[in-house]
Every structure is written in C-alpha cells, then in structure tokens.
Design a protein around this ligand. Sequence first.
Ligand code: NAD
Length: 293
Amino acid sequence: MKEGQGIRFEKVGVIGAGVMGCGVAQNLAQTGHSVLLIDLGEKQLERARQEIRQSIRMQSFFKKSKPAKSASEVLSRIQFSDDYSICSSADFVIENVVEKWEVKQSVYRRLNSVCPPGCIFGVNTSAISITRIASLTRRPERVVGMHFMNPVPLKPVVEVIRGHHTSDETIEKAQALLAAMGKEGIVVNDMPGFVSNRVLMLTINEAIFLVQDQVAAPEVIDRLFKQCFGHAMGPLETGDLIGLDTILYSLEVLYESYNDDKFRPCPLLKKMVHAGLHGRKSGQGFYNYEGGG
Ligand code: NAD
C-alpha cells in the first residue's frame, strides 16, 4: 500500500534503539525505507548495529534461506545518530524510547520542535495513553499509537491506537506504512494499556505472584499455559522476552492511570528489576539466556 494507495514515506525516523527500536528500524530498512535511528549516544548506537546484524543472521538461519537484502545492505539504509535535528527531514517518526512518562515527555517536546509540521508521530508504547502523549505536541491529530509486537520483523500484526484527536488521515497513513512493512494494523480506541496490554500485563504480573507465593515453578506455570491453552509461550517466558523492566514500567503506568490496585506490581518483579534481571536482554530473568537462549 506504500505505493498502492499513493502514500509513500521517504524517510522514517526511529527514536530509541533498544529492543523495539532496532526491530522497527530493521523491518523498515528491509522493506526499502531510509531510516534515521536515534539514541542517546555511540554506546547505544553501536549496540544497535550489532543487534540488527545479529537479528538478520538469525532470520536467515530460521528461514533457511538467504534474506532478500544482506546485513550490510540493510545497515546502509539506516543512519545512526544521537542528533535529533536529522529528523527535520522525516515524514513519519516511530518513537520507541523507554516506558517512562518523563522520558517520553522530553522526547515529544523535542520531536515537535524539530520535525516538519506534517510529520506523523507513531507512538510505540506498552501502556501510556496516546491522547496524553499527543497533548505534548502541537499536532495531536497527527499522533497515533503503533503498538508493535516483539520481535518486530517476525510479527505480522500491530495494534494501532486512535487517540482522542487522531484524524482518519493519520490512521490511513499509519496503516499504509505498516502495509509497506508487510504488516497489518488492527485499530482500537485509546485507554491506557489499550486491548492487549491491559490483559497481558495483569496475566504476567499474576504469574509472578504465583512464583512469589511458591505455588509453582516458572517452567510449570508456562507449561500449563502452553499445553492446556495452546499458547505459543507461557506468561513468564513472555515477560522475559518483553523485558521485566518494561513490564514493571507498564504496570506502574497502568496503576497510576486507573488508580486501581489490580495493577500493583508484584514485589518479586520489582526485586528482579532492581537486581538487573531484566529477562532475555540482560541474559537472566525467570530463565537463563547467557548461552544465547
Ligand atoms: P529498551 O529499554 O530496550 O530500549 C529503550 C531505548 O530508548 C534505549 O536504547 C535507550 O537508550 C533509549 N532512550 C532512552 N532515552 C532516550 C532519549 N531521550 N532519546 C532517544 N533514545 C532514548 O525498551 P524497548 O523494549 O525497546 O521498549 C521501547 C518502547 O516500546 C517502550 O515504550 C515499551 O513499552 C514499548 N514496547 C515494548 C515491547 C517489548 O516487547 N519490549 C513491545 C511493545 C512496545
């Protein structure tokens, strides 16, 4: 639809080069887009280069075929930078910084001043209200939630969130970009956590309470979900994949947004995050990944 509906985005800014930002940048570059990938400094950007190279290698391993574009070809389409001003040439930005309101707040104020007025802001957040994010900008009609799934290049569906002021044209453009990335967007209305994470975060949190209460070990809990309900992954494996820090921040957003105790983060989750056990990305969570698991 990038070309098919006459909508084409030449340069896409991707803000934040962590788990999600790397996946979004890779997916965009693999589908022929020029990408401006922004993070805080060279350390984070170099880690992102390695992550993307490794992810393309894994993709070809699992697909057992050579990817359409080599890693160096994909990387050559991505400009890595810590300078937001390069986004002055972006016609679409997808933001993927850490799930903290204060960080998102300063990022959107900056983006609003450097990006052209017509540039659309796609917010990749686990739980923060899109309407609240849009209120930080002078273009609320051009702000739309784009809740990608992890790992981005392998997941065909994205939860698209319509904020209070999001225009139909913005939804159409977001859908066009997703189609050009080989994805389909499912549109829902805005409330913190949207559809998927309002349910998923509670499930993962409750599974962590089960571990804390010694009702069952992580493998047993995950096995029940996989074998009884046919889920591809259990809740604790899913928590490790998302990142336990991101789970904690998302629960904090939900707790603060709804003022409802049901979203209170499990103390064991807090303890693990404070100990640096963030799941796959740190090598240890409910499971060990140090061997590359
Ligand atoms: P992450 O911690 O892996 O990466 C966040 C990145 O943001 C880091 O590289 C950090 O250096 C960077 N960053 C922090 N402040 C910045 C700034 N001011 N400017 C530019 N970059 C900055 O987190 P993640 O898992 O990639 O999550 C990113 C967003 O996507 C969060 O809002 C999260 O809730 C959401 N999300 C995560 C998942 C998931 O499975 N991990 C899924 C969907 C949505």
